[in-house]
Each structure stands twice: as structure tokens, then as C-alpha cells.
Design a protein around this ligand. Structure first.
Ligand SMILES: *Cc1c(COP(=O)(O)O)cnc(C)c1O
Length: 363
């Protein structure tokens, strides 16, 4: 088979998605399935819909267009603020977008009028992580300005935490989002349809049994694909953390000194690597590199240690045995490594199924 490749177990992802949909459903929270880490893969999108998500979300309009082209019919939300230069594509292909800038909402309204389509708006609120979001003090004004615009519909509000600064979703900031939802509902005289609390980092809060207040939606990507919550990267009870595996092929295998020789300056990435003398070691080169993965996000199999990497080479040390040329090694990936390998055209994506009986799929 082609190497390098990502082996994606669709049944394990389906299982993860179903369990999260069921557990959050018990708490009155719907799940938006986030497809950006798999580049809007229609197979994974279809599986998320089978698992019962309320809609799909992606940060790139290109991925949404790809899913539309593949015939995926779910409601689709652009979960990053649209670029002014893309508003026409956004109103044509996405049903909803997350927004923080009135100038962009204005342009979405004009584009929606031209396309004779309605477009849903979710206003993102800043709750402390300092990525996207309208400051709470400016929210009400933005709400009223949005309501005046033709062909855009205010669906609700949302927040995103733990992405830039690592601010954890907790009872306090989620209660603030609920309070804001209440005060807007009072001010406009109607309840907001959607209050989207956050991403996979919200699971600890959402499943803790705490009052979820007005929050009725989470947007989940990583926890579905990798089976982990994202505050501490712990495996979520009952979920598969090995649904996706990266396989790479050995192209050199030699016993070499562990210390380089010659004068040491910068390497290809501007770093001056430090090496320690361990005598001669089994050094193996795999045909994959930083262009395809984030090497720090790879977990090698037992007995294998990652030594270094360049654009096209991953160097590992095998303590126990030498790996012949042509042998394959599999790695588990973190989110960063996953996103980069999904995006690399040099990494083949192989979707497979292991047919987990449905009986096992109970929350
Ligand atoms: C990526 C993203 C998500 C999904 O985050 P995960 O950690 O993968 O669950 C949700 N919301 C927004 C705005 C995002 O950018």
C-alpha cells in the first residue's frame, strides 16, 4: 500500500461521535460536527450526520464547498469569521457563519440579497481567551445593528475558549454566556435559537453535571476524531483514541554514531541541535518529514524514539531491533500532526471500517 498514509477507522469515529452526541443530548446540548481537521472529508461528514450531529461546521469555505459538491445536505456553518473577499461564496454555500465584525455582516447581507438567500449569523463573544469575539459590553449594539440588516438572521451567540490562551471553559464563563443570552433575549423580545458554548475543551464542563444554563450546542472536532478532551488531552471514557494512525516507510537503516562530526552551525530549520553521545545506535530514516507532519505531535510505537526530522526525513532510533528498508512504522498523532498530515498531498488517506457491532455503541 502507499506510504506515507493515514489509516482512518470510520467505525471508531462513528462510535466516538455517537457517544458524545448521546451524552451531550442528555444535557440538552446538540453537537455541531467540526470537519476542518479532515479537510471536509465527505465520508467523515456523512458519518457525523449518521451519528446524529445537528449540523456541520468548518473554518474554511473551501471545505464546505467540497462537502456541498459531494452532495452532503446538512446545515453547514463557517466557524471562522468570513473574509470580506469571500462573502459571496459564504452566503452561497454556508447556511450560517460566526461573526464578530459589523462590516463583514453588512457585506454578508448585501451578498445574501444578491444571491436571494438568507444567511444565519452567530455572534461570537469574547470571554477571556482573546481570540475571536465581541466584548460583552459591545454585544447588544452589534445585535441590534445585525437585526436591521436584510437577508441575515441572528441565530444566536457563541464563544470559543482554550484555543489561544488556554482559558478553560468553566461554570463561571459559561454562566456569563448564559446571562448574555438572557439579556439579549430580553432586549430583542425573543429567545436566541443557538447558544454555542465552545469546542472539545468544553466537554469537562458540559459532562460534569453542572447546570448548562442556556448553552444548547457545542462544536466538536478533535474529541470525535482523537477520542480525547482537550484541556488535559485525557482519553474520554468509552471513546477510541486510536481511530487514526499514520504509517511511514523505512528508506535507510544503519548503525551510526550518535554524535555528528564537523563544525556545527544551523540546520535546515535555523536550529542548532544538541546531541548527546550514546555511542553507535540503530538509526532509521522514514520517508516523511515536517512538510507532512509536526514531528513533536507523533507518538511512536514502543521501543522507538524520534531523534530528529527535516522537511522530508524522520529519523528514529530503534532500541530493540533494526528496521529493514521497506518496513512500515505506525504512529499515533496529536491534533497538530493530524491537521498537517491531512493537509499534505503526499500522505494518502485510507478510510477503513472494522465493523464494531452497534450493541457496543451505548453511552
Ligand atoms: C476548531 C474549532 C472548533 C472545534 O474544536 P475542537 O477542539 O476540534 O473540538 C470549534 N469552534 C471553533 C470556532 C473552531 O475554530
Amino acid at each position: 500500500m502507499n506510504a506515507p498514509r493515514l489509516e482512518i477507522d470510520l467505525d471508531k469515529i462513528l462510535h466516538n461521535a455517537r457517544i458524545l452526541v448521546a451524552r451531550l443530548g442528555n444535557r440538552g446540548i446538540t453537537v455541531t460536527g467540526v470537519t476542518k481537521a479532515c479537510l471536509g472529508s465527505p465520508e467523515i461528514a456523512a458519518l457525523l450526520i449518521r451519528a446524529g450531529v445537528s449540523g456541520l461546521g468548518d473554518s474554511r469555505i473551501e471545505n464546505i464547498e467540497a462537502m456541498r459538491q459531494a452532495g452532503i445536505e446538512a446545515s453547514m456553518t463557517l466557524i471562522r469569521s468570513p473574509m470580506l473577499s469571500q462573502v459571496d461564496r459564504v452566503v452561497r454555500h454556508a447556511d450560517v457563519s460566526f461573526n464578530t465584525e459589523l462590516e463583514i455582516i453588512n457585506k454578508l447581507s448585501s451578498a445574501a440579497q444578491t444571491a436571494k438567500r438568507n444567511h444565519g449569523i452567530v455572534l461570537m463573544v469574547e470571554l477571556g481567551d482573546l481570540r475571536e469575539g465581541i466584548l460583552p459590553r459591545d454585544l447588544e449594539k452589534t445585535v441590534h445593528e445585525t437585526l436591521r440588516l436584510p437577508r441575515v438572521e441572528l441565530l444566536g451567540i457563541g464563544s470559543n475558549l482554550a484555543c489561544r490562551s488556554g482559558v478553560s471553559p468553566d461554570a463561571e464563563n459559561m454562566a456569563e454566556l448564559s446571562r448574555l443570552a438572557d439579556s439579549i433575549a430580553t432586549s430583542i423580545g425573543t429567545k436566541l435559537a443557538l447558544v454555542s458554548g465552545g469546542n472539545s475543551a468544553n466537554l469537562q464542563w458540559a459532562l460534569s453535571g453542572a447546570d448548562s444554563g442556556r448553552i444548547n450546542n457545542l462544536r466538536l472536532g478533535e474529541s470525535i476524531l482523537l477520542g480525547r478532551e482537550t484541556l488535559h488531552r485525557r482519553v474520554i471514557d468509552g471513546l477510541h483514541s486510536d481511530a487514526i494512525t499514520l504509517i511511514a516507510e523505512v528508506i535507510e537503516s544503519k548503525t551510526k554514531p550518535s554524535l555528528p562530526w564537523g563544525e556545527i552551525s544551523q540546520n535546515a530549520f535555523g536550529e542548532i541541535p544538541e546531541a548527546s553521545d550514546r555511542g553507535e545506535i540503530c538509526q532509521t530514516i522514514l520517508a516523511i518529514g515536517r512538510q507532512d507532519i509536526d514531528p513533536s505531535g507523533l507518538q511512536p510505537p514502543p521501543g522507538i524514539e524520534i531523534l530528529a526530522s527535516s522537511s522530508d526525513h524522520l529519523l528514529v532510533h530503534s532500541a530493540s531491533h533494526s528496521l529493514p528498508v521497506g518496513a512500515e512504522l505506525s504512529f499515533q498523532l496529536d491534533y497538530g500532526a493530524l491537521v498537517r498530515s491531512m493537509t499534505s498531498p503526499f500522505v494518502t488517506k485510507v478510510m477503513k471500517t472494522t465493523a464494531i457491532p452497534d450493541a457496543q455503541v451505548s453511552p
